[in-house]
Design a protein around this ligand. Structure first.
Ligand code: HEC
Ligand code: HEC
Length: 223
């Protein structure tokens, strides 16, 4: 985790997570105290996780793929995303602050426990690398993209491996159409983010450089 990830997590996520956790605690307190607390939590925790694994398979996998990577256009890879990033995005969809019809419909009925259950489950999905491209990526676009990523300090927050951490998403190997739309969305203000990190990160990047950055990020394999 980079220093920035650690600072931003404490400063930004505490209010959101505090409210989510407070709700869970309040619900836990309402449960009958018939059995010993330790036995109860040992029994409920795995069952809760299994419920969200099952709901992911029956509901989310249709678009996102059972392993968290589908080929469907415009649908992002979820495999490898840190759970804290996922919970912030589900929260933004639920509140209608991040605009996507399909995902708003998914998130609207979710309770705080659902946000946590889904994000905890997604956080356990191992990263799934992109299938090898039919033709090797264009070397000159890759080196231009890499230079831009260094110049604009993408690795400062997303990590040298572009795998993210805490509330910063994995972007290495994310789908190109989706990354392109995300970058243009942050730049134009069409995609409101949870923090100002991306608006500021892109403030010095000319619009015409966004596509080559997306190309680099999507084709990034860590090598
Ligand atoms: C009908 C197709 C569809 C279904 C079903 C669906 N999603 Fe999505 N999901 C999308 C699309 C499309 C996006 C990208 C939205 C955008 O471009 O802003 C997305 C984005 C997301 C994101 C944000 C990812 C990122 O990198 O920012 C999360 C998290 C997510 N979905 C979780 C879920 C969960 C959990 C479920 C099941 C409860 C689910 N989705 C079901 C289509 C779907
Ligand atoms: C100051 C930290 C920071 C810097 C620098 C930064 N990012 Fe981000 N990035 C974030 C955070 C935090 C998010 C999550 C957005 C939110 O809050 O909703 C994000 C989101 C993204 C997303 C959306 C991913 C998804 O799954 O939807 C992409 C793509 C992205 N960043 C690419 C880049 C690129 C390319 C650069 C360099 C030009 C960059 N970032 C620089 C912190 C940063």
């Amino acid at each position: 985790m980079t220093h920035w990830q650690r600072v931003a997590t404490t400063a930004v996520l505490v209010p959101l997570l505090a409210s989510v956790c407070a709700t869970a605690e309040a619900q836990a307190r309402k449960k009958p105290a018939a059995s010993a607390a330790s036995a109860a939590s040992a029994a409920t925790a795995p069952a809760g996780a299994a419920v969200y694994a099952e709901r992911f398979k029956t509901v989310c996998a249709a678009c996102h793929g059972a392993d968290g990577r589908s080929d469907m256009a415009g649908v992002p890879v979820l495999a490898g995303q840190p759970s804290l990033y996922v919970i912030t995005q589900l929260f933004l969809f639920r509140e209608g602050r991040r605009n996507n019809e399909a995902m708003i419909a998914m998130a609207k009925p979710m309770k705080d426990d659902d946000l946590r259950g889904f994000s905890d489950y997604i956080g356990t999905l191992p990263a799934v690398p992109a299938p090898p491209p039919a033709t090797p990526p264009d070397a000159s676009r890759m080196s231009k993209g890499q230079a831009l990523a260094q110049q604009h300090k993408c690795v400062y927050c997303h990590g040298a491996d572009l795998a993210g951490g805490q509330q910063v998403p994995l972007i290495g190997g994310q789908k190109e159409d989706y990354v392109r739309a995300a970058l243009h969305g942050f730049k134009s203000g069409d995609r409101p983010a949870y923090t100002r990190a991306m608006t500021e990160a892109l403030s010095q990047v000319p619009v015409e450089d966004l596509d080559v950055l997306a190309y680099y990020v999507a084709n990034f394999t860590g090598k």
